[in-house]
Design a protein around this ligand. Sequence first.
Ligand SMILES: NC(=O)c1ccc[n+]([C@@H]2O[C@H](COP(=O)([O-])OP(=O)(O)OC[C@H]3O[C@@H](n4cnc5c(N)ncnc54)[C@H](O)[C@@H]3O)[C@@H](O)[C@H]2O)c1
Ligand SMILES: [Zn+2]
Length: 366
Amino acid sequence: MSDSLRIRSLFRNYEVNFIGDFTRPLRGLVDQHAFFIIDSIIWETYIDNLKGVISEERLFLVEANENNKSLDKCREIIETLVARQVRRNEKLVAIGGGIIQDLTAFSASIIYRGIEWSFFPTTLLGQSDSCIGSKTSINLGDKKNLVGNFYPPSEIYIDTMFLDTLSVDDIKSGIGEIMHYYLYAASPLFDELIRDYAMIIRDRNLLMKYIRASLKIKTSVIENDEFDRGERNKFNYGHTFGHAIESVTDYAIKHGQAVTVGMDMANYVAMKMGYMSPGIFHDLHTDLRINFPEFDWNRINLDNYLAFLAKDKKNVGNNVGCILSKGPGILEKQQLPLDDHFRGMIHAYFSRQVLTGKRTMRSLNE
Ligand SMILES: NC(=O)c1ccc[n+]([C@@H]2O[C@H](COP(=O)([O-])OP(=O)(O)OC[C@H]3O[C@@H](n4cnc5c(N)ncnc54)[C@H](O)[C@@H]3O)[C@@H](O)[C@H]2O)c1
Ligand SMILES: [Zn+2]
């Protein structure tokens, strides 16, 4: 079947296969004596398709939460693999979202100096973004994604049927990442996604074309900058401001929705600094708002938020490393001094955010 996307990688070329029935490739992998690392919610939800196919001897279940995305869990996985006599030429298979992906990829990368792994992403974020690009990230205590490397799977199978059981918040999180790829590439699908937003949330089958387009945009960049040394940096658009939103809300706001807010904040800063025109800011703000989290902005403490921004991995010295936009398709990397002017802009953004319900967003430019 030619319904696939091929990715060139410095490790090994790999393929994303868009499939209608995940149980077919799954049975093939069982026949190859693969070992499965599965999200426990997926195991319970899809028990009829999984139990009886995968033997308990070849199964490791993980509760997908950030506490479990740890070196301790990787050690547990590796000890289990050794105890169950998994060989160097046998494969690991991850079934779940980004957490299961990161745990499997990192464990696969270090056991016996690397064994192959395959991935069935079950979240929208996994299917439209994280499944390609080779990055692995493990948390160290409360420091998110501090440890990791690059280690792509050998094949990926995308079955959008999984999305039927995903929470609305997780769908919105995936949509935030998709939006960010479309804004990077100035894709015409951005407007379509906004127009169809309500329908997509109800009917997840409609997501297929948006997932494909998002992966194609990401592919065009990672094939030329797999190790994130140049162009790929621009995918951090919305991420510096977004990570700090995740941290300051203690992860109550999921990654992709935080990135949506993060892009709006980056655009606000860009407008205040004269990079982005007020007209473009307002148009994008109206569009991005559709995917904002339901959140009481009064709860964000500015000092705490700024403290998280100051700790971002991408910062150099006392500067905040971020990607600013002049408009869709025109992004550039900036290091902004964390001075009173910068604090003032962030303060103004949050104050206006609190007032949004009462005033039109036009006031953001006052
Ligand atoms: N390695 C990378 O390139 C990369 C990129 C982006 C994000 N990430 C990481 O991915 C993680 C976030 O991953 P995520 O958003 O994909 O989700 P997740 O793995 O955190 O799962 C979110 C929730 O959805 C549940 N779930 C998963 N699939 C489901 C389904 N089909 N039906 C019902 N429930 C389902 C999970 O059990 C969990 O409760 C973060 O740790 C982030 O750091 C990694
Ligand atoms: Zn992201």
